[in-house]
Design a protein. Structure first.
Length: 592
């Protein structure tokens, strides 16, 4: 069931590009005269969510989290602008002027969180309707979102400034220094644990706010993800345990919600698209036949944990439209990004994500899966509005239906340029697979397999193709199983590159998360100062290339290449920033 949230329109916001002159509200919005009542606080909290929906932010969730993986390749034609930046990234020719090296959209959201955290407490004494309890729930959301944005930055850039100060106007310098990830990850954890002191309950609402506002389950999902990342960098068993335990708490919470009927109109009490709740059920998953429709077309499904709300009017998902499906004055029917043919075009091949074509997801995630002579694959997930044409069983199960201008793959009502699919940060199967990933490292392989098995099973149309553990022996075998299932389940959702980076970190030694990259290199661009990336991880990345992949990947064999450069304009303004060393010289990272 789709929501329609009407966001309050705040006065004009001053837009700049650099972190030290971050995207700031005009002084009248941040002055004391503004913060007088509950409504004004609510407007600012709502504004934070609105800016999480911004085109620039959504593009970065996907480009930073997915584009450099084996799942995606840039459109082969010519569209200019952002496509050129994506092609440079793909070609191993990224520079410090690349569009996607711009982190301003994340610091914009962070600063808005900081403004609420600084200004809202005083409103408790001014407006009796804005109670301490109400402030606590606002504080919890702002701390959680602030941590989530910083976590994106850590995974994209590694060494970043962690900003906790509210910058009220553009005349204030924001010369914040970078820190090594061990310190910024700890700050994320501190923010998230504080957010859990007074969180929204997952059962506080039964409408879109049940998952559209960051509640206790959403905060725990972010925290579990942070622990999993830190554990992968440091090989720390305690962090894997914390991740696994948090994931189980979320699973238990979801089961409790479903048993209690607090599922917002979805599941067995809302159209029969959910599981039949029974006493022995451990993982309350949607039926595989309806999972895609409920999750990516209807939105706010029973499995959702946190997703930002798009209505196609106040908030259109232009970031997803630009990357996966693009309309312009010529009605050009292509996006900047395509699914990788070698991974998603056919089932059962060595490089394929899907072992068989009996998996619903094989046909649901891209158009034309299983077709012949494929050169590019259009991505279906998060942009399709068609709930009836997911599979064409008359054409040997080939998903031959493609979006066109008579049914633009965006708004549910078929209106051109109306893209109203939500962006999902966390959902239940993601959490189940995070727990499985942590358990493989804790040598609890039976349960790890069970979690993967259950996620995979619900999408299979043939019992004969259920996963089997017969050939799994080593920790690495189980690790690869989880990695493969995460790709099948979560492809194109901004997860894969980050998954591969964790896979890399777990299988190399000598990483120094306590030092910034420029400290490791001694201030030089010497690649040999860094740990080499895991060969198997780089072999996976190479699958995205039709040709020339070996040469491109050979240039990315060291840790700093996993990250984006700091934008050149940021370095010019903030003297406390250091460039990622491998981007500090024009002859270090050049196109073949």
């Amino acid at each position: 069931m789709k929501k329609y949230i009407l966001l309050s329109v705040l006065p004009t916001m001053l837009m700049t590009s650099c972190i030290d002159t971050s995207v700031l509200p005009v002084d009248q919005i941040t002055g004391d005269d503004f913060w007088q009542n509950k409504e004004e606080v609510t407007n600012m909290v709502t504004d934070v969510y609105k800016h999480m929906c911004a085109e620039s932010a959504v593009e970065r969730y996907l480009v930073w989290g997915n584009f450099r993986s084996d799942e995606m390749a840039p459109y082969s034609g010519s569209l200019g602008g952002k496509l050129n930046s994506l092609k440079d990234i793909s070609d191993g020719a990224m520079t410090s002027t690349n569009t996607y090296a711009d982190w301003a959209s994340m610091y914009d959201i962070i600063n808005r969180c900081n403004i609420v955290l600084e200004k809202a407490p005083a409103v408790v004494t001014k407006d009796p309707s804005y109670t301490q309890e109400t402030y606590y729930t606002d504080e919890s959301q702002m701390l959680g979102i602030r941590a989530l944005c910083h976590f994106y930055l850590i995974r994209a850039f590694r060494d970043i400034p962690y900003s906790t100060t509210a910058y009220m106007n553009s005349s204030v310098d924001m010369y914040v220094s970078q820190e090594a990830p061990i310190y910024t990850l700890e700050k994320c954890i501190t923010d998230l644990n504080r957010a859990l002191e007074h969180p929204l309950s997952p059962t506080a609402y039964t409408d879109w706010r049940r998952v559209g506002l960051l509640n206790r389950d959403g905060i725990k999902a972010i925290l579990a993800d942070v622990y999993l990342w830190r554990a992968s960098m440091t090989h720390n068993a305690d962090d894997y345990r914390k991740c696994a335990d948090l994931c189980q708490e979320i699973i238990d919470s979801k089961m409790s919600q479903y048993r209690g009927g607090n599922i917002g109109g979805f599941g067995p009490m809302g159209g029969g698209m959910g599981p039949s709740i029974s006493d022995d059920m451990k993982y309350p998953l949607l039926s595989g036949e309806y999972a895609f429709i409920s999750t990516f077309i209807s939105g706010n499904s029973m499995e959702s944990i946190f997703e930002i709300q798009m209505d196609g009017q106040n908030n259109s998902n232009n970031g997803v439209r630009n990357l996966y499906w693009n309309y312009d004055e010529k009605n050009r029917n292509t996006g900047f990004v395509k699914g990788t043919v070698s991974v998603f075009g056919q089932a059962g091949q060595t490089s394929s994500a899907y072992a068989t074509n009996t998996d619903y997801r094989f046909y649901e995630n891209v158009y034309s899966a299983g077709g012949s002579n494929l050169t590019e694959l259009n991505i279906r997930k998060m942009v399709t509005a068609d709930a009836t044409a997911l599979r064409d069983n008359t054409a040997n199960n080939v998903s031959s239906w493609k979006p066109d201008n008579s049914n633009p793959g965006g708004g549910r009502n078929g209106t051109m340029n109306q893209i109203d699919q939500n962006f999902i940060f966390y959902r239940l199967t993601d959490v189940m697979l995070m727990r499985a990933e942590a358990l493989t490292q804790l040598d609890e392989k039976d349960e790890a397999f069970e979690l993967v098995y259950e996620v995979n099973k619900r999408s299979q149309t043939s019992e004969a193709n259920y996963l089997k553990a017969d050939e799994l022996q080593t920790t690495l075998d189980y690790e690869k199983l989880v990695l493969a299932e995460r790709q099948r389940e979560l492809c194109f959702e901004g997860k894969r590159w980050f998954d591969l980076m964790r896979f890399n970190y777990r299988n190399v030694e000598g990483i120094r998360p306590d030092l910034m990259l420029w400290e490791i290199s001694g201030g030089t661009s010497n690649k040999n100062a860094f740990v080499r990336n895991y060969t198997e991880m780089m072999n996976i990345v190479q699958l995205r290339y039709i040709e020339g992949g070996s040469a491109i990947c050979s240039k990315m064999n060291w840790e700093p290449y996993l990250y984006f450069p700091v934008l050149e304009s940021e370095l010019k303004v903030n003297v406390n920033l250091h460039q990622n060393p491998v981007y500090s010289s024009n002859d270090i990272y050049v196109k073949n």
